[in-house]
Design a protein around this ligand. Sequence first.
Ligand code: NDP
Ligand code: GDR
Length: 378
Amino acid sequence: MKVALITGVTGQDGAYLAEFLLKKGYFVHGLKRRSSSFNTDRIDHLYQDQHEKDVHFKLHYGDLTDSTNLIRIIQETQPDEIYNLAAMSHVHVSFEMPEYTANADGIGTLRLLEAIRILGLTEKTKIYQASTSELYGLVQAVPQSETTPFYPRSPYAVAKMYAYWITVNYREAYKMFACNGILFNHESPLRGETFVTRKITRAAAKISLGLQNCLYLGNLSAQRDWGHAKDYIEAMWLILQQEKPEDYVIATGVTTTVREFVRMSFAELGIEIEFSGKDEYEKGVIIDIDEELADKLGVKTEFLKPGMTVVRVDSKYFRPTEVDLLLGDPTKSKTQLGWNPKYDLRALVKDMALADLQLMKKDEFLKQGGFKTLNYFE
Ligand code: NDP
Ligand code: GDR
């Protein structure tokens, strides 16, 4: 039985990857941070009572900022494959916590690589590093491929740049099977609530049920190459199954503005919106409602009228330095890995919008029953 260790197992990608590897027959170890309340929502369905027979999934307390703990866990678990997904992954927040981000996202990767070396596992253990399209930052060329120069634009991206190169260096210096997946944005119903896509689909669902009046966003003109996390975690696995360790871009090859993602999300709920105005004064206004679709989905049209402003810009969401345009070239991963994503943008938006509509209906139901409901912090 192959053994995998996933850091960041409680995050979006970690949850999907754990499920994927368990289905493939792996024993999966996951690194989770100690927290004062449960942080395992995304993987609760995979939990196995360690007292039962045939356990294939085990969680270990740990942190990428603690090398003693990483060495001990790797020694105990002797993994064939490590997927380093743990990170302070929010670009805007990294401007508030630059030193911690460098420690976890940059040096954290070094700690893992060193642990493998110290334990004499360089020939046994393969390692996947979660690199990012944020490395491209200030546009040097489009579409962006494995050979496009990097120009990181945030403390997050700079930390990930260190992690990228230290992974390449350990591969070359110690002949380790160490690879970077340069993944472009990937989303899902499990996406963290403060990333823009999830913030949009949650708000669209709440507005459609009369639970929120307006969605406030930052830069609506930013363009991203958005794919589905379920497709992207499969690429991570494929990268470690190759003959030779190499780095790969994983992307859809299609780019879209935040503005268009908003429009598509509302449209999935039967609400047509149009944008007008410029910069901080831009707004999204309802122009039509597809009564038949809205009715089918249980959208509360009594709260929605053409002319209603449902999206506004708030400059507090602007970043000190922005990444304007990401568009990946997935040629290498498609030809060399045989990677073939199943979701296009429309299918992604639909999956997220409908999942959040269900979630908000459930939340409203709980609220009416006097129970504790979701957090809405942004
Ligand atoms: P999430 O933010 O959903 O998950 C991050 C995970 O890392 C969580 O499990 C979190 O734990 C854990 N974590 C954070 N800091 C530490 C630490 N110091 N020690 C141990 N664990 C820690 O990210 P995603 O799943 O979206 O992304 C996975 C990885 O891929 C990240 O490294 C991200 O930077 C990278 N990436 C993501 C892309 C995307 O579009 N999603 C694109 C390209 C790269 P907790 O749950 O306790 O917070
Ligand atoms: P990103 O994702 O920074 O690309 O990093 P995010 O969804 O946060 O932002 C995408 C774009 O949307 C613009 N934007 C807003 N963003 C947020 N979060 N909130 C807003 O209100 C808002 N309004 C507009 C942003 O300015 C940006 O241009 C994600 C993370 O998963 C990283 O870990 C990963 O490495 C990259 O994707 C690839």
